[in-house]
Design a protein around this ligand. Sequence first.
Ligand code: ZN
Length: 60
Amino acid sequence: MGRFFLYTYHMSIKPKCDKCQSELTDFGGILLSPPNSDAQVTKYHLCQECCAGVEKELKI
Ligand SMILES: [Zn+2]
C-alpha cells in the first residue's frame, strides 16, 4: 500500500531533487526529517545520484 502510494505520487507530480534540483525522471529516494513539535515530518526528494552520495556519507 505504501509503495503504491509512493509510485503514483512520483509519477503524477514529478518532483525535483532537493539536493541538486534536477527533475526526477526515474525513481529517486525520499529522505524524512525527524518530526518537529507538531509531529510533522519534512520530506525531501533525492535523485538516485544524490541518494548514492548520501549513502556513501552514511557509510551504508
Ligand atoms: Zn540530486
